[in-house]
Design a protein around this ligand. Structure first.
Ligand SMILES: C[S@@+](CC[C@H](N)C(=O)[O-])C[C@H]1O[C@@H](n2cnc3c(N)ncnc32)[C@H](O)[C@@H]1O
Length: 249
């Protein structure tokens, strides 16, 4: 199934290719999506493993996923009262840290900010007619997916998450902010975080697959692991994007 949200860096186009590089499903019992984002790989299959974990360090995004999982109907009703207007978008954008909203209100406002923004950048009003009702009705399907296999929704920094869930039977799918494009996310990700991720993944007992942009810094960081190059069409031009799939198996 599709993800319920659009988010910068989402792996909608690459999900099939990335999934083909996953280890044999019989070889792992826990599937952990460390940098969850829109969760395109999680939603690509009905079930990856007996234990599935979605994680992201962005608390607003995690709150949205949690509300879809537990309060899809309430979130749908809340969104019924909202509209597509520049004024509404600007107000929501300006009020991200304002206190006093319920979790469902926060989730609805975050979802709409994402939907109404240009290219899901969350910053500029998209000026387009959106059919929000289809997206909102879809929450019920997503809720079923999240509840049917009891997906655990976590809100942690990657290092602690990986240490907590690591086992020989764990498989971590890691899709960090791409090197040099980190600024598109609300959560800061620095050069030292890229190194910290490599150091964390170097010590695990389980398996990992990492998707990254093709860049000398990344290639050097992971020179001791298996690196495969994949290409995808660039939506905005006739060129191709080169991406790396890095594994420890
Ligand atoms: C490239 S996106 C993931 C896209 C996702 N695979 C998808 O298909 O939509 C990277 C995500 O990492 C999250 N993130 C940034 N820093 C993090 C950290 N220290 N720990 C965990 N998640 C983090 C961001 O909030 C963002 O949602």
């Amino acid at each position: 199934m599709n993800s319920p949200i659009t988010r910068i860096g989402g792996k909608k186009i690459l999900r099939k290719t990335i999934c083909e590089h996953f280890p044999e499903s019989a070889s792992f019992e826990r599937y952990i999506e460390v940098f969850g984002g829109a969760g395109w790989l999680l939603f690509y299959k009905d079930k990856h493993a007996n234990l599935e974990v979605y994680n992201d360090a962005d608390g607003e995004l995690v709150n949205l996923m949690r509300c879809i999982k537990y309060h899809a109907g309430e979130l749908q009703r809340e969104l019924d009262g909202y509209c597509n207007s520049r004024e509404f978008f600007e107000d929501v954008r300006a009020q991200t840290d304002v206190r006093g909203f319920t979790d469902i209100q926060r989730a609805a406002r975050y979802f709409l900010r994402m939907k109404l923004s240009f290219g899901a950048d969350m910053q500029s009003y998209g000026c387009s007619a959106k059919n929000l009702s289809n997206a909102v009705e879809y929450f019920t399907d997503v809720q079923r997916r999240l509840l049917s296999s009891a997906v655990v929704i976590e809100h942690k920094d990657f290092e602690n998450l990986i240490k907590v869930y690591d086992r020989p039977t764990a498989f971590f799918y890691c899709d960090p902010p791409y090197h040099t494009t980190e600024k598109y996310y609300d959560i800061k990700f620095t050069e030292s975080d890229h190194i910290r991720l490599r150091d964390t993944l170097s010590t695990i007992e389980g398996k990992f697959l990492l998707s990254y942009n093709d860049d000398d810094f990344v290639r050097d960081l992971y020179k001791d692991f298996n690196i495969a190059l994949v290409e995808r069409n660039n939506n905005l031009s006739s060129g191709k994007f080169k991406e790396l799939i890095i594994t420890n198996y």
